[in-house]
Design a protein around this ligand. Structure first.
Ligand code: FES
Length: 134
């Protein structure tokens, strides 16, 4: 996945509410399989990895989408058994959004109402005060 321009990061420390179960690894495996099954349109373009915590601990599992020069999203309350199709659908949308920006009504299914953060692409100010997206 060295040529991937997008990344999906899944929290591996989130615990299902009221249990010690940490479903992040299961979600990574299911999402990898679903992305691969979706074909070349996104399989080559997305790397999927885990991280210990993304500070959304009250909303397990958390899942982030990042891309070069694109807005970053953090979604919460994602269930490995229920939400993989929505995650794949959003990957397809995100891959073709120039700056990664979309409104909640454009996101698939559960992701409409379970967005914890949407962070614009980083802006760099140059010496001549022109601002460019990095
Ligand atoms: S433990 Fe998953 S976001 Fe903190």
């Amino acid at each position: 996945m060295g040529s991937s321009t997008h990344r999906i990061t899944i929290c591996t420390s989130c615990k299902n509410k009221g249990t010690q179960c940490q479903p992040g690894y299961e979600l990574i495996a299911k999402l990898r399989a679903a992305i691969d099954a979706a074909g070349d349109s996104i399989a080559e373009d997305f790397a999927i990895s885990g991280v210990a915590c993304m500070a959304g601990c009250d909303h397990p599992c958390t899942v982030a989408y990042h891309g070069t020069q694109k807005a970053t999203y953090l979604f919460g309350d994602i269930e490995p058994d229920e939400d993989v199709d929505d995650l794949v659908e959003f990957a397809k949308q995100y891959a073709v959004l120039g700056d990664g920006w979309c409104s909640s009504v454009d996101r698939p299914g559960k992701l409409r109402k379970h967005t914890l953060a949407r962070v614009p692409a980083m802006l760099l100010a140059t010496e001549d005060s022109k601002v460019r997206v990095a």
